[in-house]
Design a protein around this ligand. Structure first.
Ligand SMILES: NC(=O)c1ccc[n+]([C@@H]2O[C@H](COP(=O)([O-])OP(=O)(O)OC[C@H]3O[C@@H](n4cnc5c(N)ncnc54)[C@H](OP(=O)(O)O)[C@@H]3O)[C@@H](O)[C@H]2O)c1
Length: 351
């Protein structure tokens, strides 16, 4: 098939750059529109961006013009949004009303009653909500969100356990990478030699988003999953890769070997369909008490998988383990792209 044109909203930021690096070699999509703020609009992309990735900026992208990020400016119907949340709240509905299919990384609409919040392995059935959304809002386009970067990898590990044993409670303490705050992000003198606790907003996202994602969908409504999460979130001086220390109480008893088997046998729709960005396996269990680590393990599954290790008994709940996942790849741009691939496969998006 000929490639589907896509645009990137917020193309100059940390997540926008990830979109560019991932879409540039994509078998189904090609970048036709780059949009950003007034600061960048009208410039050549290579002159507007402070490129922060360790892969080169593709030359044909560097030469593209940056357009102003407002409805009417983009030619592509599919738009990957890496807008700041406030801007996304205002602009994404205008784009959707103008007929664009928005795959958003922003938090603005994640918890809206008619917006699917999708991790492709976990709740692909939720995308059906876009038909309800279009009807209710009178939109030709739609908005589909992906989760907060910390939520994405937490759910990546909790979902196999929930399917196998059920989850009654989860506790998580996070060590989140600097790139999760965008560019330039937290000032270096605040972050180097330090750990910066997050505001309660981040913890609220990590405690609520998984319940929407791991819950059901029936008759045009989401039914939240019925368990509780307690989150402690912190920013640490690591460039990429969120580390999470997790404890879980399981509904049915399980041994450590049972948990490893649940992680290792976890293959879901994206793996079965062989979607281009699907990691296979989606969860990688790493042996040894000193892994996972951000520098060593964040690129597992090309940054699209969740690494799990250090599975051991917990003195408060049943089991504890550590997980690690790339925040701007699977936790942001790569997650959106995989959602878009699913919706192409399911013919919500045509060429
Ligand atoms: N970083 C992560 O790991 C991560 C993970 C998951 C989700 N997210 C979410 O993804 C979104 C983007 O995050 P980020 O880290 O990439 O942020 P960022 O580095 O601050 O980039 C923001 C982008 O939005 C553009 N922008 C700002 N104001 C705009 C406006 N008024 N109109 C049009 N464009 C505007 C900026 O363009 P200019 O350069 O022209 O100003 C830039 O391209 C946020 O909602 C964030 O919460 C981030």
């Amino acid at each position: 098939m000929s490639k589907i044109p896509v645009g990137i909203l917020g193309a100059t930021g940390a997540v926008g750059q990830r979109f560019i690096s991932l879409v540039a070699g994509h078998p189904w999509f090609e970048i036709t529109d780059l949009l950003a703020s007034e600061r960048s609009a009208g410039k050549r992309y290579g002159d507007a961006v402070k490129w922060i990735l360790d892969t080169p900026l593709p030359r044909q992208i560097a030469d593209m013009p940056v357009k102003l990020g407002r409805a009417g400016e983009a030619d592509a119907r599919v738009l990957f949004s890496a807008l700041p949340s406030g801007r996304a709240k205002e602009m994404e509905p205008l784009f959707a009303a103008a007929g664009h299919y928005i795959f958003s990384n922003a938090s603005a609409y994640r918890m809206a009653a008619d917006v699917p919040l999708v991790i492709t392995e976990v709740n692909p059935d939720h995308v059906a909500m876009v038909r309800v959304q279009q009807e209710r809002r009178g939109w030709e386009g739609f908005i589909v969100c992906n989760a907060n970067c910390t939520t994405t990898h937490l759910v990546g590990a909790l979902h196999p356990l929930d399917l196998a044993f059920g989850i009654d409670k989860a506790f998580v303490a996070t060590l989140q990478a600097a790139s999760g705050a965008g560019y330039p992000g937290v000032p270096s003198l605040d972050l180097i030699d330090n750990v910066v606790p997050h505001d309660f907003g981040e913890e609220h996202k990590v405690e609520t988003e998984p319940l929407k994602i791991m819950g059901g969908y029936a008759d045009g409504a989401f039914i939240p999953a019925d368990f509780k999460i307690s989150a402690h979130c912190h920013r640490v001086p690591v460039i990429d890769g969120h580390f999470e220390a997790v404890s879980v109480e399981l509904h049915s008893k399980a041994s450590a070997d049972d948990m490893v088997e649940a992680f290792r046998s976890y293959r879901r729709l994206p793996q079965e369909l062989g979607l281009p960005s699907a990691p296979d396996p989606a969860v990688v269990v790493i042996d040894g008490m000193f892994r996972p680590q951000p520098r060593l393990d964040r690129m597992i599954g090309k940054g699209m998988a969740t690494a799990v290790g250090r599975i051991r008994p917990c003195n408060l709940l049943d089991w504890r383990f550590s997980l690690l996942g790339h925040n701007t790849i699977r936790g942001a741009a790569g997650g959106s792209i995989l959602n878009a691939e699913l919706m192409v496969h399911q013919e919500y998006i045509g060429n």
